[in-house]
Write a protein that binds this ligand. Structure first.
Ligand SMILES: *[C@@H]1O[C@H](CO)[C@@H](O)[C@H](O)[C@H]1NC(C)=O
Ligand SMILES: *[C@@H]1O[C@H](CO)[C@@H](O)[C@H](O)[C@H]1NC(C)=O
Ligand SMILES: *[C@@H]1O[C@H](CO)[C@@H](O)[C@H](O)[C@H]1NC(C)=O
Ligand SMILES: *[C@@H]1O[C@H](CO)[C@@H](O)[C@H](O)[C@H]1NC(C)=O
Length: 469
């Protein structure tokens, strides 16, 4: 299952609802006139030049991670992507995590960009991704690496979520929708599903289940999942066991004479998302093992479903020998075909001056007083342009969006800034009144406490179900 494809479909669904209804209440409240769609044969206009991975046009963060050069206004609309960095990311604090409403492309200041509500276990041993009921919808959590990887060895040490309809993921996802997946459906805790995509082309035969047998299931035990991605082959490992190998040579498609092999710089994405909701297609619901049961033990105990990530390790490989350029700062595309041979290594900057900027005018909107520290912690300014995918201009018509301002209670017409998001991080202990992995029954929480946890959580949630649906 291509999880972002499902998400994109949901985004498009809500966007077309918006178009059909004229304007959603949340967008009206924000003064946001988003919802311009992009895709094959449908490029973004110059005023809103960047096509997000959800198929919608905007400026600012739309031009950063996920900006698809194939459907953006011009090749230069998208901002160059931060180069791979060999690093062991310990996920034992929230320090390296910045909300997507604050990030302008400076990968030296953040390791991960978040949407949703990442928390920390009380003992600081892992980052918790949460999935909570949010009105009629559901809010998942997504962390995307700020640095891209263009071939390398990437591992995640994690515990998945559990329960029908709850999907955990550790994937590599490129801006032209090449994808390498480990996905885990919460209804099957004994398998990791391995998968890959080239440029988002759906192929239902690429998924292979990898058995996770040693030491306990995917929910209750720590396991390390790894992909070794080279220009010629891809190997999926479970706890050091090479469980699956894909050779590029075997992916050649004789219809278009291209290798349908992941071959472009990709972000690492860690997520917990609701596949089992009535907003998903039936195929997605079935794949995920059915609809989410919001009265399940994990929700009763903590107020949310959760997955845990303790460590992500990245070893970058050298660029392919035929790579164009010798820069050490960023990747960019020299051609909209989006193939390996089109990727260039450059020294071009990656940081926008404001949420009004795009790749063709990167300093746009930067005030001179802040330009020296640009990218540090900017916040979207109220605008009639869509500035943050999943936040503004990208639906939210079902009332699940940050943009609705319901979390901040400010009711201000400038709530496009999604101020709630910045307060959404914290330790589970201080944020929600405790975190319990729920292995033992009867943790002592009274019904009243549980209800309070849930409502406090609801108040903290500042995210868009749309993204994760
Ligand atoms: C993988 O396992 C799931 C059940 O968890 C099953 O629905 C799916 O068909 C399996 N995929 C393959 C390719 O066997
Ligand atoms: C390692 O992977 C292979 C290939 O999928 C599998 O047959 C084998 O059972 C795995 N070994 C362990 C110890 O998991
Ligand atoms: C080749 O690619 C086309 C789309 O470009 C796809 O429809 C077709 O199924 C692919 N063929 C194979 C054998 O994968
Ligand atoms: C390499 O990059 C330069 C600068 O962007 C470009 O002019 C040239 O056409 C590229 N060469 C190839 C083979 O893509």
């Amino acid at each position: 299952m291509n999880y972002l494809r499902a998400a994109a479909a949901a985004a498009l669904y809500s966007a077309s609802t918006v178009l059909a209804q004229g304007q959603s209440s949340s967008q009206a409240g924000n003064g946001v006139s988003g919802g311009i769609l992009c895709g094959a044969g449908n490029l973004c206009p110059e005023s809103s030049p960047c096509c997000s991975q959800y198929g919608q046009c905007g400026v600012g963060a739309y031009c950063l991670g996920g900006c698809d050069i194939r459907y953006s206004n011009s090749l230069d609309s998208c901002v160059p992507a931060p180069l791979c960095q060999t690093q062991d990311y310990k996920l034992t604090s929230l320090d390296g995590i910045t909300a997507n409403t604050k990030y302008l492309g400076d990968a030296t200041k953040a390791n991960w960009v978040s949407q949703g509500t990442p928390l920390l276990t009380p003992d600081n041993s892992a980052v918790i991704l949460t999935l909570a009921e949010d009105g009629a919808s559901a809010s998942g959590t997504l962390l995307s690496s700020t640095h891209y990887v263009w071939y390398g060895k990437i591992s995640a040490t994690m515990k998945t979520g559990r329960g029908a309809g709850v999907v955990s993921a550790f994937v590599l996802f490129s801006d032209v929708q090449d994808e390498i997946d480990f996905e885990f459906v919460g209804a099957d805790l004994n398998n990791a599903q391995s998968n890959f995509y080239w440029q988002g082309v759906t192929d239902y035969d690429n998924e292979i289940n990898l058995t996770v047998s040693e030491g306990g299931d995917t929910f209750s035990a720590w396991h390390t999942y790894e992909v070794d991605w080279t220009p010629t082959s891809l190997t999926w490992y479970v706890d050091g066991n090479a469980s699956r190998v894909l050779n590029k040579a075997d992916t050649f498609n004789t219809t278009d004479n291209k290798y349908h092999y992941p071959q472009t710089p990709a972000r690492i994405q860690l997520s917990l998302w609701p596949a089992g909701t009535t907003k998903s297609g039936q195929g997605t619901i079935d794949w995920a093992g059915g609809l989410i049961d919001w009265s399940s033990q994990d929700v009763q105990t903590n107020g949310y479903f959760y997955s845990l990530y303790n460590d992500v390790n990245v070893e970058c490989y050298s660029a392919p020998s035929d790579a164009n350029g010798t820069g050490t700062v960023s990747y960019r595309y020299g051609n909209v075909d989006g193939l390996e041979g089109n990727v260039e290594l450059t020294n071009d900057p990656t940081v926008l001056g404001s949420f009004l900027a795009d790749g063709t005018d990167m300093d746009k909107g930067a005030s001179s007083s802040t330009s020296s520290s640009k990218g540090a912690s900017a916040t979207p300014t109220p605008t009639n342009l869509a500035t943050v995918p999943g936040l503004s201009g990208a639906g939210g018509s079902d009332g699940t969006g940050v943009g609705s301002g319901s979390d901040s209670g400010s009711g201000s017409s400038s709530s496009v800034s999604g101020s709630g998001t910045s307060s959404a991080s914290g330790t589970a202990a201080t944020g929600i009144g405790g975190f319990d992995q729920g292995d033992q029954k009867g943790s002592g929480a009274s019904k009243g406490e549980e209800v309070m946890r849930s409502s406090m959580f609801a108040a903290l949630v500042a995210f868009i179900g749309m993204l994760m649906m």
